[in-house]
Design a protein around this ligand. Structure first.
Ligand code: CP3
Length: 336
């Protein structure tokens, strides 16, 4: 598919992780019309509308397709549910069963709705806006698949690195293949930029990072390039602290998203100027607003002067964030 634009062709673009979702009253209203979160994710009109809502509200530079990283285990046939206030819950399965999971036609049909929604969003979105597709990185998705929920801090997943590494690596391989497929289809449907969320990178100790974090993500990126996917790829390994520099050396991607706990000045000093970064306002600062928000907006503008940069948060937008704070932040980034 021919794309007019991608995120790297926009001058200092602005968007927010989790921009589509609960902080918007228009999302909450729309969400009420569907029962479960997954029903919502697989309803064409709901996905199209919720992807466009933040663009209408803020006129920011990128839309992200409304979906979730946990549609991949769903696609593989693991039962996935979301309980209000408790986050996701996945069917408890042994490693053997996880490795035997197979895509079924019914599940693939459901995901076709996401791809159809991407086509529709692309036609409705102004041609100067970027459309981002995404998936979770294999380790992060496997954390939910193995532990079923985040309540115990993914103790089973961490344990599998120590005691069942071969099984874990087979599961990661399976997720690599499914993720390549899923991202390639999002690209072919009209996403001009792709992002890989590694929310739980920080759980992996230094000596296992090569096998558990770097290698699977590198395989996804090279698999996409082999399939002629030309979209820029953003990676977001959260929680590595200063380990982000080693990650950047090992995983060649187009953009690195920096989490809010990492000192942006330090990252900028530690990497070459042509490495493109994204981030990293603390979502709490956006939620609280006031003087601190103004200072932080001016600070990040100054930090990234003379560099190509993507303005974003250092993690997802929090549900209680006032809309006026988001407007204020955008205004300072753009004008002042
Ligand atoms: O706006 C966007 O960014 C697009 C949509 C999007 C969602 N989830 C919608 C969603 C994206 C990109 C995600 C990514 C995601 N999902 C991640 C990676 C980023 C991160 O936050 O670390 C992870 C770990 C998940 C798994 C997940 N999905 C959790 C832990 C939860 C429950 C708690 C929470 O954070 O909201 C979800 C549910 C979910 N995904 C909601 C939304 C809008 C809330 C569901 C609702 O409407 O009640």
């Amino acid at each position: 598919m021919y794309m007019d634009i991608n995120i790297l062709q926009i001058d200092k673009p602005i968007w927010f992780m989790r921009q589509a979702g609960r902080h918007l009253p228009e999302y909450r209203k729309l969400r009420l019309k569907k029962g479960s979160f997954l029903d919502f994710c697989f309803d064409l009109d709901s996905v199209v509308e919720s992807s466009l809502q933040p663009i209408r509200r803020y006129d920011i530079d990128c839309a992200i397709v409304f979906s979730d990283i946990l549609v991949v285990p769903f696609l593989l046939g693991q039962k996935v549910s979301f309980y209000k206030g408790h986050g996701p819950n996945l069917e408890s399965l042994s490693f053997k069963s996880l490795l035997n999971l197979k895509k079924t036609d019914i599940k693939i049909k459901k995901l076709e709705i996401s791809y159809e929604a991407i086509k529709r969003v692309r036609t409705l979105l102004n041609s100067n806006k970027s459309l981002i597709g995404f998936c979770g990185a294999p380790w992060t998705v496997s954390c939910y698949m193995i532990d079923g929920n985040s309540r115990s801090g993914f103790s089973l997943s961490k344990d599998s690195i120590k005691n069942k590494k071969l099984d874990l690596e087979l599961l990661l391989e399976k997720l690599v293949d499914t993720s390549i497929d899923h991202l390639a289809k999002q690209y072919e449907s009209g996403c001009d930029t792709l992002m890989i969320f590694e929310s739980w990178a920080g759980l992996v100790d230094q000596k296992n990072r090569k096998d558990i974090l770097y290698s699977p993500v590198k395989k996804i990126i090279s698999g996409l390039r082999e399939r002629n996917v030309k979209a820029p790829i953003i990676v977001f390994p959260k929680g590595l602290g200063r380990g982000i520099v080693e990650y950047i050396k090992n995983v060649v991607a187009d953009v690195y998203s920096i989490d809010y706990e990492t000192d942006m000045d330090w990252v900028i000093k530690s990497v070459k100027k042509d490495i493109i970064l994204q981030g990293n306002l603390n979502p709490e600062v956006l939620l609280r607003g006031g003087n601190k928000l103004v200072q932080e907006a001016l600070k990040i503008k100054k930090q990234v002067e003379g560099r190509q940069h993507i303005f974003n948060l250092g993690h997802g937008l929090l549900p209680q964030t006032p809309i006026s704070n988001v407007h204020k932040y955008i205004e300072i980034l753009r004008n002042y």
